[in-house]
Unconditional design. Structure first.
Length: 159
């Protein structure tokens, strides 16, 4: 691609990343959440692939890095749910809600004034899902675009 397209992608990718993280962080009080935010971030990955090309991007991040994001997100989600067992509560119990601290400020009556720390374990699970979806969708995009690489390049990659 041209230098202008690469420059625009360099400017837009951080904006897309921040917007995706915003959607993930506010998922428990506004429409959005981990899946939607992860999809927005994966769209940013697609933008970078379009600007720099498949080969160059796979050298930067690689499929292993995206699979690692999927595993970290999945383990974070299941781990957050399993911590409830340590406290003798049911699986997926919201053990941080209403307890005070970082994520457990009790919710006031009426409309939420925008407090981010009222969700208990829900924001933690949103972040885990966001990481998992980011890795998974970006991996799907890479696999779909791998079909566009000429056949002789597949043999060089070992595919």
């Amino acid at each position: 691609m041209s230098k202008l397209v690469r420059f625009a992608a360099d400017i837009l990718y951080p904006v897309v990343l921040i917007f995706g993280l915003y959607i993930v962080a506010h998922g428990h009080i506004t429409p959005g959440g981990g899946f939607q935010g992860g999809a927005v971030i994966a769209t940013g990955v697609a933008l970078v692939i379009v600007a720099y090309g498949y080969r160059e991007v796979t050298q930067w991040i690689g499929k292993g890095g995206l699979m690692a994001r999927e595993v970290v997100g999945l383990l974070g989600f299941i781990g957050t749910a399993l911590v409830a067992f340590i406290f003798g509560m049911p699986f997926f119990y919201n053990y941080l809600a209403g307890q005070g601290g970082l994520f457990g400020v009790p919710v006031t009556y009426g409309p939420n004034p925008g407090e981010l720390n009222t969700g208990g374990t829900v924001p933690l699970m949103n972040f885990a899902v966001g990481i998992e979806v980011w890795g998974g969708l970006a991996l799907v995009i890479l696999y779909l675009l791998s079909g566009l690489v000429p056949h002789d390049d597949h043999e060089k990659e070992g595919s």
